[in-house]
Design a protein around this ligand. Sequence first.
Ligand SMILES: Nc1ncnc2c1ncn2[C@@H]1O[C@H](COP(=O)(O)OP(=O)(O)OP(=O)(O)O)[C@@H](O)[C@H]1O
Ligand SMILES: O=C(O)c1ccc[n+]([C@@H]2O[C@H](COP(=O)([O-])O)[C@@H](O)[C@H]2O)c1
Length: 224
Amino acid sequence: MPDSLLVFYGGTFDPVHNGHLAIARDARDALGCAIRFMPAADPPHRAPPGADAAQRAEMLALVLDGEPGLQLDLRELHRDGPSYSVDTLRDLRAEYGDAAPIALLVGADSLLGLPTWREWTVLFDLAHFIVAERPGNALDGPLPPALAEATDGRWADGPQALREAPAGRLLRLHQPLHPGSATEVRRRIAAGEPWRDLVPAVVAAHVARHGLYGLHGPATPASL
Ligand SMILES: Nc1ncnc2c1ncn2[C@@H]1O[C@H](COP(=O)(O)OP(=O)(O)OP(=O)(O)O)[C@@H](O)[C@H]1O
Ligand SMILES: O=C(O)c1ccc[n+]([C@@H]2O[C@H](COP(=O)([O-])O)[C@@H](O)[C@H]2O)c1
């Protein structure tokens, strides 16, 4: 049976870490539908990734292999230029039609940054947002005024509301907080500090095999 809610989890995944995986599993279980990881080709808003798109996608493929309900969607890698979400969502609408419920899964930091995204107010016409809480990114306090105005009246009580409309609702995922970040993974690798416990074992093996993120020379006990 096809999913009644299509959920896409966009990110740079440079590299995919345990926080990403935990959030995707929580969203899958809370929503009862597949989560499609969608790596960005050329992030519009940040420095070039430390690993190229093929490597980031390969690490995702390794992690998602055999993981029920977690899938890989490479559409943004097949498009030239920056991976603006508004373009991706128009692409998804062309594929699935205007009536299909479509959602983007984002962390709280991404939601708070939404007003900087290209054509950001149009995004609510194209998709729902599922928001994972993230340490240091409060959703309980007042949102920035433009975001508060744009999201007013859109918050849903539960997943069913997302299945009943194609777009325009927000759902907060009250999952256990996870402190992980790709920045911290890259920083620890470059600094020769322990980093393997932050990522799935298959990602650690890939990073080590290809010497990514400044992992130089033979492994030392501290870098393992
Ligand atoms: N620990 C986490 N808790 C909640 N959301 C997260 C967490 N890590 C990543 N996310 C969310 O996952 C999406 C993709 O994140 P991204 O690939 O940029 O990882 P990141 O750890 O934030 O990377 P970086 O540190 O390089 O900015 C974003 O919406 C981000 O908010
Ligand atoms: O479309 C935009 O302008 C835009 C700006 C910032 C982030 N995004 C998307 O948000 C997702 C998470 O981004 P990031 O930088 O946290 O990996 C990813 O799918 C990005 O393409 C999109």
